[in-house]
Design a protein around this ligand. Sequence first.
Ligand SMILES: CC(C)(COP(=O)(O)OP(=O)(O)OC[C@H]1O[C@@H](n2cnc3c(N)ncnc32)[C@H](O)[C@@H]1OP(=O)(O)O)[C@@H](O)C(=O)NCCC(=O)NCCS
Length: 155
Amino acid sequence: MRRARIRATLAFVTIRPFEIADEPALVHLWNRCGLTRPWNDPHKDIARKLAVRPDLLLIAAEGSEVVGSVMVGYDGHRGWINYLAVSPEFRMRGLGRALMAEAEARLLREGCPKVNLQVRANNEGVVAFYQRLGYAIEEMVSMGKRLIIDAPRPD
Ligand SMILES: CC(C)(COP(=O)(O)OP(=O)(O)OC[C@H]1O[C@@H](n2cnc3c(N)ncnc32)[C@H](O)[C@@H]1OP(=O)(O)O)[C@@H](O)C(=O)NCCC(=O)NCCS
């Protein structure tokens, strides 16, 4: 019953690869969902993704409105998830789950054996979301090193 209701509310939402006309709406969605940071230019992130597997930048659209997104990566060893976002008005209806299912299906088709993702330490609600989808917390230290500076980081 609940699943049927979810399908009905999402009936007009399509998950498809990003198209260039989607860019302003996609960046707007990421801003609204708190996924952007001043030192990380989202337009440059889109341009970089379009240079490497553009088919793996997916959006959820209702008509011309962008209501969700996921950026998927596969490096030949692990799959990666970035920029998973659902517009606040569309949350808790199964769209985040549907975006992740599409991401996983595409990774599986590539033969990808495992998906990794990072959650910002202050984003606790999203951990529960991923756990509902079968993801487990792994005891690791996440490390990174910036190679290209988009904008200076505030002190
Ligand atoms: C995380 C996010 C994508 C979830 O999208 P959503 O469409 O609301 O998720 P769904 O409706 O598909 O939820 C799937 C399941 O997770 C649960 N869930 C979703 N958000 C949850 C939350 N904040 N806390 C606990 N459970 C949650 C749902 O109850 C549902 O459970 P079910 O197994 O009973 O169906 C959305 O909250 C979001 O865009 N957050 C801001 C951006 C963000 O933090 N992205 C992740 C970066 S790592």
